[in-house]
Design a protein around this ligand. Structure first.
Ligand code: NAD
Length: 262
């Protein structure tokens, strides 16, 4: 614990359960003194999210579906009522239908599922950034979560890889627009971790095992490492870093070929 986030207030989108990356980040920010608001997707998830959020003294726990403008309007109105202004936002939201996360990208991708994935996983960050920036008169920080599938063709990741490429580009454009307002916008490219979202990807466990085997450190990506990066980017330690995609993946992204063979 410490006070790197003391006096800072922010919104966490994307906690579904205690394995969620958003929850790992929220705990780290709270331990450093941040005051937090949480959104959850639907009533089914409220009973999981509420006790977690309450355990870190959440000031607001509110339903929000990023595809539904009315629910986003309501959530941000509550946020403004509770906090007035905010200092940071953690966007940790993505979705694609199962048929988009298996087999042949070329053959399996449909228009409706493609657009749904882009809506929830890419447009939502643009929408959240626009709404959140209005509550950041003194500057602030925004982060989103991405994966190496944006940069390389990874088996089964398919439509989500295209979405993550869009998300990373959106991060740069949002950073450009909001930079003059003192708002920094960054993405964390995390290695594969065992969450609900990963379970939706065909061969998700293999993504973890292969990621570990191919990483420089021969380790799984740790939640502590991802949350530590989020803390850096959301706190004043992150001053001057914006529009960046930071890899936290035990050095998986930069390796070429496997171990040397004679
Ligand atoms: P998760 O399932 O715990 O989190 C995904 C969240 O998205 C859930 O809380 C879900 O409720 C929310 N969500 C989905 N549709 C929504 C909607 N319409 N409105 C509002 N919220 C909605 O899984 P996670 O792995 O923690 O995923 C968080 C982020 O991290 C995602 O962007 C994911 O792509 C990214 N990521 C995950 C990994 C991994 O290996 N798990 C690696 C890199 C990046």
């Amino acid at each position: 614990t410490g006070d790197l986030m003391k006096g800072k207030k922010g919104l966490i989108l994307g906690v579904a359960n205690s394995n969620s990356i958003a929850w790992g980040i929220a705990q780290q920010l709270a331990a450093q003194g941040a005051e937090l608001a949480f959104t959850y997707l639907g009533e089914g998830l409220e009973r999981r999210v509420r006790p977690l959020a309450e355990s870190v003294g959440a000031r607001l726990i509110v339903q929000a579906d990023v595809t539904d403008d009315a629910s986003m309007d309501a959530a941000f109105a509550e946020l403004e009522k509770t906090f007035g202004t905010i200092d940071f936002v953690v966007h940790s939201v993505a979705f694609a239908n199962k048929n988009e996360l298996q087999g042949s990208f070329v053959d399996n991708t449909t228009r409706d599922s493609f657009l749904l994935a882009m809506n929830i996983s890419v447009f939502s960050f643009v929408d959240v950034a626009r709404r959140a920036a209005k509550l950041m008169p003194n500057g602030g920080a925004m982060i989103t979560m991405t994966y190496l599938g944006a940069e390389r063709a990874i088996p089964n990741y398919n439509t989500m890889g295209v979405a993550k490429a869009g998300l990373e580009a959106a991060t740069r454009y949002i950073a450009r627009d909001l930079g003059p307002k003192g708002i920094r916008v960054n993405a964390i490219s995390a290695g594969a971790m065992r969450t609900l979202s990963l379970a939706g990807i065909s061969g998700g466990r293999g993504m973890i095992a292969q990621g570990r085997a191919m990483s420089a450190m021969k380790e799984d990506t740790s939640m502590e490492g991802v949350a530590g990066c989020a803390l850096w980017l959301c706190s004043d330690l992150g001053f001057s870093t914006t529009g960046e995609v930071v890899h936290v993946d035990a050095g998986f992204h930069m390796m070429g070929l496997g171990d040397a063979e004679d």
